[in-house]
Design a protein around this ligand. Structure first.
Ligand SMILES: Cc1cc2nc3c(=O)[nH]c(=O)nc-3n(C[C@H](O)[C@H](O)[C@H](O)COP(=O)(O)OP(=O)(O)OC[C@H]3O[C@@H](n4cnc5c(N)ncnc54)[C@H](O)[C@@H]3O)c2cc1C
Ligand SMILES: *[C@@H]1O[C@H](CO)[C@@H](O)[C@H](O)[C@H]1NC(C)=O
Ligand SMILES: *[C@@H]1O[C@H](CO)[C@@H](O)[C@H](O)[C@H]1NC(C)=O
Ligand SMILES: *[C@@H]1O[C@H](CO)[C@@H](O)[C@H](O)[C@H]1NC(C)=O
Length: 503
């Protein structure tokens, strides 16, 4: 009885989750257009307003309330679009900063929404952190509000000046991509990692796209992929990636029966988006380079791996180690990287028993890569000038991590390093994500959070996959429950790894 009830609750919550995911596809739709006559500003209406503003990685949002019949609004549109071009879409000049949106108050569906913001004339523009607009309102008599009326935005120049004043930037209407960069490379600011959760999502879905594009799912590569998905289902820092991984895992049989043709597999998997419909977004935030060919995916992949390493439990540490090693070795298309990394994996002389040891191993390994690359990049001139390789974390980020330091050698306080890693890639990484999603999907969020905390070493990946997979079932409750159980049996004992490690 109680189990049926649980399943029912899971499935109901899934419907709400599904609704919020679906609505984000419009960001993509707008983003995919390239022609200059296309709209950059995102059209919102009462049904997607909250979801879009809750899920955007942007730090600020501008919402324009207008009416499509209003001539002044039509004349204003090119001005608004000139500014939106800078901030919206994968070709944004300054991505992830400001989300530019509009709401047509002449549509009946939006009447209440426009009322809540006391829209008295068209066009009327508001500014604020996106999350403040979610279930938000504005009243001219209200004294303190984080949502502000933009009173001086009648031309593109004026609007951009107004925005520049708010965030202390000096964006120009003629800025081009990777020129006039305003990258926040303040290495003393531990809070910057909070924005990397969006890059972790970007890296996850990019990795998955690469696997499909390069037709890398083969009988011999299934095991490493399944193991990695199992790890993601439970420990990925983003809720939507946990959900997407679970869906792929549960349907893996259909996606890749051992004898299926690769094209069919790719076709089937394409229907699953590992982090939801709107990822990849096409740009990086924390991992954005100051040149078009630096940082990005490989940075995002490191952050994903570190964030997994601080989320696992002791009993999973060896599983996580072999899983990550095999994943990088099998699916990271940078030949030099995968070989180097795998050599470091193979040089481990005994299995991990503690999650702490694994997190520190990954940190040490990353520093070895940094050390090697800092020399290579210096001689080749390939470094990103704003992000030179360094031994990490620098003193400014974690002074207590250093016991002593001289020009030859750093003596680390590994307890402090581990504490720092756990905070940085744990709590801080998802702080922004949490604060943005606080207002919605309470039910679904509850489930997914629970599955991350109630882990237990052996049954973990599948158990949690099951819970989340159930939550995403669209069939009859019982059929859905039965089906997931059948699936889970198959992978329960799958504990093979690609190659034997040295013990
Ligand atoms: C598994 C793997 C192996 C790679 N091997 C190679 C290679 O052999 N040759 C090559 O040319 N490139 C390699 N790369 C790519 C390279 O390491 C960088 O990812 C790339 O040059 C981009 O560098 P970045 O400045 O963005 O910082 P990244 O090195 O990508 O680091 C991303 C972020 O992680 C944080 N960080 C830095 N060091 C550490 C650490 N020790 N512990 C925890 N967090 C840290 C910093 O905030 C940094 O901004 C590899 C990447 C990966 C994921
Ligand atoms: C609201 O906007 C979304 C995305 O643009 C669209 O799919 C939907 O049809 C709109 N709803 C109404 C009632 O116009
Ligand atoms: C960098 O971040 C630190 C910590 O948040 C802050 O104290 C400092 O003022 C910042 N520096 C700059 C130049 O923004
Ligand atoms: C980077 O920009 C240069 C010049 O604008 C261009 O030739 C090159 O193809 C770009 N590289 C990538 C990876 O986009």
């Amino acid at each position: 009885m109680s189990r049926t009830l649980l399943v029912l609750i899971l499935c109901l919550s899934a419907l709400r989750l599904g609704a919020s995911l679906g609505s984000r596809s419009i960001l993509r739709a707008v983003a995919d257009k390239n022609g200059d006559s296309e709209d950059y500003a995102v059209d919102l209406n009462a049904s997607n307003f909250d979801a879009v503003l809750r899920d955007t990685p942007a730090t600020f949002a501008v919402v324009e309330f207008f009416a499509h019949w209003c001539p002044a609004c039509r004349n204003y549109k090119p001005h608004y679009e000139k500014v939106a071009r800078l901030f919206n879409g994968p070709n944004a000049v300054h991505p992830g900063k400001v989300l530019m949106t509009r709401v047509d108050c002449a549509l009946k569906i939006n009447t209440n929404l426009c009322d809540k913001f006391s829209v008295g004339h068209y066009p009327m523009l508001f500014w604020g952190p996106p999350s403040k607009f979610v279930s938000g309102s504005w009243d001219p008599k209200q004294e303190k509000s984080e949502i502000r009326n933009i009173d001086n935005g009648r031309t593109a120049e004026k609007l951009l000046n107004w925005i520049n004043e708010q965030i202390g930037s000096s964006f120009g209407l003629d800025d081009k991509k990777f020129e006039n960069e305003h990258l926040s490379s303040n290495i003393s600011d531990p809070g910057q990692i909070a924005r990397a959760v969006y890059d972790v999502e970007e890296a996850t879905s990019t990795a998955f796209d690469i696997i499909l594009e390069h037709k890398m799912i083969k009988p011999e590569t299934r095991a490493p992929l399944i193991k990695f998905l199992q790890l993601l289902v439970v420990h990925h820092p983003s809720m939507r990636c946990r959900k997407g991984s679970a869906e792929i895992l549960v349907n893996f049989d259909e996606l890749s029966p051992a004898n299926t043709k690769q094209e069919e597999v790719a076709g089937a998997v394409k229907n699953f988006q590992i982090c939801g419909k709107d990822v990849p977004r096409g740009y990086w935030i924390f991992c954005r380079g100051s040149k078009n060919d630096t940082r990005g995916f490989s940075c995002g992949l490191w952050v994903l791996l570190h964030s997994l390493s601080v989320r696992i439990e002791d009993g999973e540490s060896q599983f996580a180690f072999t899983t990550i090693c095999d994943f990088v070795h099998t699916f990271f298309v940078c030949e030099e990287c995968r070989q180097h990394f795998y050599e470091m994996c193979l040089s481990m002389s005994s299995p991990f028993n503690k999650a702490r040891d694994f997190a520190l191993w990954l940190w040490r390994t990353h520093n070895k890569v940094n050390e090697r690359l800092s020399k290579v990049e210096e001689t080749m001139g390939t470094a990103d000038p704003k992000f030179p390789k360094m031994i990490w974390p620098p003193m400014q980020l974690c002074a207590s991590c250093y016991r002593s330091r001289n020009s030859q050698k750093i003596e680390w306080d590994e307890d402090e390093v581990h504490t720092f890693l756990a905070n940085y890639y744990g709590k801080t990484l998802i702080s922004l994500y949490k604060s943005n999603s606080v207002l919605g999907n309470v039910g679904a969020k509850g489930i997914l959070d629970e599955s991350t905390t109630s882990t237990n070493a052996v049954a973990v990946p599948v158990g949690a996959a099951l819970a989340i997979a159930l939550a995403s079932c669209a069939f009859g409750v019982l059929a859905c429950y039965w089906r997931s159980q059948q699936k889970s049996r198959k992978y329960y004992h799958q504990r093979y790894s690609l190659k034997k490690y040295d013990y």
